[in-house]
Structures are given as structure tokens and as C-alpha cells.
Design a protein around this ligand. Structure first.
Ligand code: IZC
Ligand code: ZN
Length: 442
């Protein structure tokens, strides 16, 4: 074997997640492919070799740089498969309502919650939205996230939805994290459409058509929940979106068991997200239909203390599970997938191996990129996390601090010694007079 590489990482403990096709299901989620004395070679943004030192010794090597990882754990870059990244403002003022016991859906029905972020996003400019998202993306990258799914849904009208989607698209070129765009037009019913939700769904289907022809999103999503959109409305919208060419995702059974999980199975959606209140039959049907369950334990921790039945999904239903932050200003204001990994251990009772699979390989399939990212395998993109520790279990165990040592995105070193390499990411270049506090508040 002849191997030409820009960089050879030696003395690494690898978790490769390599081999086979498709997301890992059930018990197979525990196979992370550890290699104790591992090496990874990168060339032109891709992995050209990931394996043992012994296997590499037989190769004829032409390597520009060698870096000794000092025995540290090296994994694929983390993938956040569900976020509401692009938005204006924040909702810390709703914390006191939450502490008084006012439920999330009641805050929404009183015109707060999602609707308050909609108002802020409608009045923000594209540079303001971009600058705020860049701050979040910086946190994400520093915590090891190299690919992020980002939903629209804070517009609820054509102008603002398109504005949010254009910002998402532009962010791809402004910093190293790769964004995957999802159209979530039906995220909440605007108050002026009360008793006319049918008409709002019609308008969102028309907008989905335009968004698709503009190439601004590849997935379609809807908030299927009591008091938001019904199963019948979700079926009508998602079926129309599927006919347009979109891959399907849905917010299902987050708070009440409405039957969105069964709908995901019926439509063979790519993912069904939340599923905290889902019926066991629904979970079984979704797993059998090959739908990936995207679990969001940060939202459970922050909103209700109720967690999805991850053990049932993996042990009984033989399902594929991915994990994501749900980063948004309401139900989960945190960009850290590392924190989510800790919540997944404590709240979802997932093992460290299952957790790693759920934030790499399975999350890659959940954003339609399973054959490109999410593994350390020759041919896959060179997105890597080098952790301070050799022990995978240390990551969910020791929570609340950042364990990243280095991050590589497409073969480029973007985080070193836990800090972003300077010059890669500069919010001030987008918005010269950086956001002042009045612009940030809702
Ligand atoms: O802004 O509250 N659940 N949508 C559905 C969200 C949470 C985002 C938000
Ligand atoms: Zn969400």
C-alpha cells in the first residue's frame, strides 16, 4: 500500500465507528470500533487511512506532517442533528414563568415562547441574525461540533422564513462548521391565523415549493403537538413536501402523545424527533420503518424531567437513535453536545458507546450525510475530535466542562488546545457595530 498524506496523527486511541452501511441499530450501537494504538492519515480534506500502527507499518508512506496525539481519544467530529440555530434574541425573561410552573405550551398560547422569538426574528436584519448565529457556531465548534442541522421556523411568513434560510446558507461560507438546512415553516400558528390553520398549512406548502426551487433547504419539518399542528395537518404538509423532493423530519410527541411517531412510521420519515410521550407501539413502528429517533435530552432536562424511552427503542424495538441539542432560545438554550452526552447517560440511560454512536455515525445519517461524515474510515471527510482524555466514559461522566483538545474540519485544524484558531471566525466582520443589548433582547 502507498499512502500520501498531509497529516498523520499517531499514538491515538481511535473510536472509528467504521464498517457496514446505515445507522447502527439497537445493541449494535455499542460497537464503536476502538483501536488502542491507532493512527489516522488525512489528505485533501479526507481520511485516507484509519487503523492500527501495525497495519500502517506495511504501507509506503509519504507524509508532510506527523502529530503525536499523546494517547488521547480521537473520534469523528460531533454532528448536531437538530437545532434552531438562526434566530434573534433570547428568552431568559420566561425563566421566572417556568419556575412558577407555567407550562411551555401555555407560554406559547399566551403569545410568548416561539412567538416571541418570531417577533424578534422578523424585526432583525440578516447581518444581525448572522452575527448571533456565529457566536453560537463558535461555541459549537469549540465543543467539538463540526456539522449542524439548522431549522427555519421563526418567520412564519415568506419574508422572514426566506431571510432565515438565506442566513443559514451564507453561514456555510463564513466559518468552518457545515450547516444542513431544514424548512420548518409550520413551527407555530401565527395568532392572525387562529381558526384558519388549514390556510396557513396551504401557504407553508406553497412556500416549501419556493424554498425547494431556490435550493435553500433539503429537509422539511413540522411541530406536531397539541395546540400547535395536528397529525392530519402534519400528514398533509409532509406528504406535499415529500412530493416536492424533501427528506422528512418531524417534532413528534414531545409533550403529549398525539400520534406523530406513528405518522413518522407511516411516512417513512428520515427522523422522528423528541418522542418523549410517544406510545410504545409508535416507537416500535417507527423503528421497524427504519426511522431514526433523534432524542433531545437537554430539552427534557430543561422543561419537564421526562425523558424518551431510549432503552425501549434500542433494546426492544431495535431502533437507531441519534442525539442532538435542540439548541433554541426556549426549550434548550445550550449549544453543547457534550452536555447532551451527559444528560443522555443520566436521563436516557445510554452507555458511553451508544452515546458516541448517537452523536457521530447515527447523527450523520439523521442529516442525510451518513456516507460522507460520522466515521473515521478511508474515504470519509476528515472531521475529527481529539479529546483531552483516552477514556470515552470520561466525556458523559465529567459534565459541564469542555473536554476538547483539538478539532479538525475537512482536514484543517480549527481548534487547538481547546481554543478556536484565530481568524477563522469573526462575527465583527459581519456586523461592524456588534449587536448591542437592545437588539438582543426580545
Ligand atoms: O423556540 O421554543 N420546541 N420548538 C418546538 C421549539 C421547542 C423552539 C422554541
Ligand atoms: Zn426542535
Amino acid at each position: 500500500m502507498r499512502l500520501k498524506a498531509d497529516l498523520l496523527i499517531t499514538h491515538a486511541k481511535l473510536a472509528t465507528l467504521a464498517g457496514g452501511t446505515g445507522p447502527r441499530r439497537g445493541l449494535a450501537m455499542r460497537q464503536v470500533g476502538f483501536i488502542d494504538k491507532g493512527v489516522v492519515a488525512l489528505a485533501a480534506g479526507k481520511i485516507v487511512f484509519a487503523g492500527t500502527e501495525t497495519d500502517l507499518q506495511s504501507a509506503e508512506l509519504e507524509v508532510q506532517t506527523v502529530w503525536d496525539a499523546g494517547g488521547r481519544l480521537v473520534t469523528p467530529g460531533l454532528i448536531d442533528a437538530h437545532t434552531h440555530l438562526v434566530h434573534a434574541g433570547s428568552r431568559e425573561k420566561e425563566l421566572s414563568l417556568k419556575l412558577q410552573g407555567v407550562p411551555y405550551l401555555d407560554i406559547l398560547s399566551q403569545g410568548g415562547g416561539i412567538l416571541s422569538t418570531v417577533r424578534a426574528t422578523q424585526s432583525a436584519t440578516e447581518p444581525q441574525l448572522t452575527a448571533q448565529a456565529l457566536v453560537s457556531l463558535r461555541h459549537m465548534l469549540e465543543h467539538g461540533t463540526t456539522t449542524v442541522e439548522a431549522k427555519s421556523g421563526y418567520g412564519l411568513n415568506r419574508t422572514t422564513e426566506l431571510k432565515q434560510l438565506r442566513v443559514t446558507q451564507a453561514l456555510n461560507g463564513l466559518q468552518p462548521v457545515e450547516l444542513v438546512s431544514t424548512f420548518l415553516g409550520p413551527h407555530a400558528l401565527p395568532p392572525e391565523y387562529r381558526d384558519r390553520s388549514h390556510q396557513f398549512i396551504d401557504e407553508m406548502i406553497t412556500l416549501a415549493d419556493e424554498v425547494w426551487s431556490l435550493g435553500l433547504a433539503e429537509f422539511a419539518d413540522i411541530f406536531c403537538e397539541r395546540g400547535v399542528f395536528s397529525v392530519a395537518e402534519s400528514r398533509r404538509y409532509l406528504t406535499a413536501c415529500r412530493n416536492l423532493g424533501y427528506g422528512l423530519k418531524l417534532h413528534a410527541d414531545e409533550i403529549d402523545a398525539l400520534g406523530g411517531t406513528e405518522l413518522a412510521a407511516e411516512l417513512q420519515a428520515l427522523t422522528v424527533d423528541h418522542v418523549v410521550a410517544a406510545s410504545l407501539d409508535g416507537l416500535r413502528a417507527a423503528a421497524a420503518a427504519g426511522v431514526i429517533a433523534v432524542l433531545l435530552p437537554g430539552t427534557s432536562w430543561n422543561l419537564s424531567g421526562s425523558y424518551a424511552k431510549a432503552r425501549f427503542l434500542m433494546d426492544v424495538a431495535d431502533g437507531a437513535v441519534a442525539l442532538a441539542t435542540d439548541y433554541n432560545p426556549g426549550s434548550c438554550p445550550s449549544e453543547s453536545l457534550q452536555l447532551i452526552m451527559a444528560f443522555a447517560a443520566n436521563g436516557l440511560h445510554m452507555t458511553p458507546e451508544e452515546i458516541l454512536t448517537a452523536v457521530t455515525r447515527n447523527a450523520a445519517y439523521a442529516v442525510g450525510r451518513g456516507e460522507k461524515i460520522g466515521r473515521l474510515e478511508a474515504g470519509w471527510q476528515a472531521d475529527l475530535c481529539v479529546w483531552e482524555t483516552p477514556e470515552l466514559a470520561f466525556l458523559p461522566y465529567h459534565f459541564g466542562v469542555n473536554h476538547i483538545h483539538r478539532v479538525y474540519k475537512r482536514g484543517v485544524l480549527v481548534v487547538a488546545d481547546g481554543h478556536l484558531i484565530s481568524g477563522l471566525h469573526n462575527p465583527e466582520s459581519v456586523l461592524p457595530s456588534h449587536l448591542d443589548s437592545s437588539q438582543r433582547s426580545v
